[in-house]
Ligand binder design. Sequence first.
Ligand code: HEM
Length: 708
Amino acid sequence: MWSDLELRFVLTGDNELLKTDTMATTTIYVALALCCAIEAIHLNYRTNPSHFLLDNPSLHLSGPGAAFARVAAFGPQPARLAVNGFGPTIDPAHYGPTTSFSNPPPPLGAGQDPATQTCGLSPPFCAKSRYRAIDGSCNNLEQPSLGMPQTPYGRLAPYNYADGVSAMTLSSSGRPLPNPRDISLRLFPDRQLIDPIWNLNTQQWGQIITHDMSLTAGVVQSHKELVTCCDDNGRLTPDVTSNPVCAPLLIPPNDPIHGPQGTQCMNFVRTGTTRDRGCTSPFEPAEPITTVTAYMDLSMVYGSSQGQANPIRAFQGGRLLTNVRGGREWPPQDPNVTITCESAQAPTEPCYLTGDIRVNQNPQLTVLQVILMREHNRIADGLAKLNPHWNDETIYQEARRIHIAEIQHINYYEYLPILLGFENMVKNKLIYPGAHGYVNDYNPGVDPSVLDEHATAAFRHFHTLIRGYLKLISENRRTVGTVRMSDWFNRPLLLELDNAFDHLARGLATQEQDFSDQFWDSEITQFLFKRNNTFGGDLRATDIQRGRDHGLGTYSATRAACGLPEPQTFDDMLDFISKENVNVLKNLYETPQDVELVVAGSLERNVPGAQAGPTYLCILTEQFYRTRVGDRYFYENGADPDTAFTPSQLDTIRKGSSMARLLCDNGDNIRVMQPRAFQQISHGNKVVPCDQLPFVDLTLWQDARGHF
Ligand code: HEM
């Protein structure tokens, strides 16, 4: 029998892999002979996961963990409303014209953005609005601050701070947990095993969704941390002992990369919490704060506050502000180029300003941000032509509303099934394939906040999908170049060089993503944000440290919260984790109960049809259920006629929104694309002319209701 690893290796059919892997040559030939047959099975399983998930009697998951495939066993669940397209209609009168709340915000002027000094500014009242507020307020009319920026992450498992309040997690014995960099080196090395089905777009879109949903308070990513606990030369600074937010990653002496350089540390600054801001008592656990709206509302395009939204609006024709260079539209220039795009070599270099500070972080992320900005303007221009009497505000809001609906549709029906499994999503009421009309499943009792287990562990697992070298692909789908990611962190200049923008965009749709496994690309574990240095940071070690910083519940506690079997011994983990990995865990941790979620969750075997193991799948499923059902403005919700799309508008959003169309419509000159643009080009997914792809028919917004 082949191991998982061997199978994946064979499925890639990549000669480079054959060269670098140590598998015996004879095994390779035997493997290749069987490759086609297996690939056919694999393809079928990936494209029709439902055939394989629960109904396939030959695919049994062993041991007490078998229940995980159902992924329904979360802790207490909010009641799910009846949904069949004709769910209960909420009386619009329920929303009332205004609702009063008792805690008015502090006066403006106390600081640049008073919200950053608080733990969520509850609005003084909620005006009934057809459009979602830019800061997510009043989406939930009963608790108007739910999902707002500057509020704490949600939680499934109890906090696990060493002192019960805020000190970073330790082993249950009180001794330090294993060194995060050591864990990264031992359990998450680089091994180029690529995905046989899904392309780089799948990886990159995940970061887009991430940036829509959360941003840890104080983490900048776009430039150097504001506090230096470890300096540019990898030396500890005096702040380490004096500044309580310092928790630098220490380099073990035997580190093969950083050891010989004499590097002592990597910088790490602790997340801002409710405790730092005086919102929780000194005896309660500090709650880490997220600084963008939790809703899937394209906050990374539009901003999470009025202060972010206004500078990027044109205030003309409903458009977002752009700079035209080379006949193409780019986002406006960030006023602080040398800080925001620290790798820029001149203040005149492109450095973009959008709704999210992370926009310039890596080239492919920036490509998608530009695509989304252009999509807003494409819709706005269409609406303006159809409705010349609409003013700027109406066009902006209507375009934003349609845009968010398109992206929610792509996220739920095209993207998330790849990660979460189609069948799993249907079963848990995250999607309603084939639904006609509305899906009225909004539930004001559901908190849409982003779970810390999601943002700090489960969704970060998909850092594993990253490829360090990005292909530049021409219109006839040939590779015309390759760029190294770490050469272009926080330097979006690349996009504007010749035809790099389209080349990168086609690269997203053409290049394979990395496989969802324990192997991480060294561009992000050895070279992250390397700037002018030879080596850089380690994202895996950072993720592990962030889990401790947030006092995340252990692996075992989180499994318990998910209703999954709790491993009492290391050997109990063998149900989900390979023997080799369990042996390393045994070696690293004092007890099975000390094993961390961020570590063991990423070692679990993927649930068939999904890209994560059972524990992460539980978290992801719960998160995206809450994100949907806790959003009063979710595009499929038709309960309130003032916020709902008309049935025909909803229909065209469902039929016409696709990743392929987004790339076609907003590239500089992309004329062909495969219809399923998260999937690699294949016999069943050939490129077709863009104009053959379905599209959202904007004529349905021509004075659709006589007024807006
Ligand atoms: C080249 C691509 C990427 C780079 C360089 C990158 C880098 C980073 C960095 C530096 C952080 C903050 C680390 C910390 O200090 O705690 C972060 C956070 C995160 N990343 Fe990535 N990332 C990438 C792609 C992705 C992808 C593809 C996903 C998911 C599919 C993802 C999900 C997340 C999540 C959920 C967080 C936490 C967000 C929060 O602040 O709440 N990232 N990433």
